[in-house]
Design a protein around this ligand. Sequence first.
Ligand SMILES: [Zn+2]
Length: 280
Amino acid sequence: MSNAHYNGYSWQQRAKIMPAYRRLTGRNAPFEGEPCAMCSDPDRPQGEWHSEDYSEPFSFQPPESYPLCKPCHARLHKRFNSVPGEWELFCLHLEAGGYGSEFVKLRSLPDRQALSERIAAGHKVELPVIRARQPGSYWWRSLTLDPESLVAPWARPRPLRPRPDEAAFRLAFEEAGLSDRDIAFLRVHADAPRRTVTMRLLAQEALSKDDPKTANLLYGKLAGRLTSLLQWEPDLRDDGSPIWMSLLAEGWWPPGREYEWTMVPSVAEAVRSLVVRKAA
Ligand SMILES: [Zn+2]
């Protein structure tokens, strides 16, 4: 556990998972006796494990958490600032059946640099098979290389605080009697890349005007109505006033950009079913 952000979680949030596991199970670490979930090396130090998801309630099994060996764990976290092509080379090494610990043993630094450069230049690199390996999900292949994921809410698999589930949101949408404008807000938000928008973008797409203030007011009112229907406790500002939008989305201020809201997955799922039903 390093003192760093990962997948939109602060190091303080990340630090809670180990004591939580110990409290719950009375044991030190999960995955006892299991091989590395990346390279399959059975000689894995017990106590070495990795989480992609630090939202509560914590999960101590895939796809939220995995047993890893030290080299795979280190490479996974270093993937953002390794030399271009190196993470891909490491993935190819794993797919050729190599253990994480063999990556630097089998190839010299100049060799690894040359191969990484070839990959970064767009050339196809094939590595000789080291040992046969079971085909797997290769879950690490879908990990982002975007360093913004370290701090952005869009990287969190689940919102920090649990939200109502998709069925509850579907019911609330029905009870709320959504207007076309409400649906436009929800649909634009759910369909946005990474389910993330600024109020300016919402205004442009849903209201056809460059008026983020009005979008904030109207979308916030809708969120407030839904919060009441769902009887959910919204996040509060420092002055104690409710942040209605927190029902639907998690917000953050990216450096040099306008405030962004990432719609939580259960809302996006409910919006998709709403759109399908409307179209049917
Ligand atoms: Zn490994």
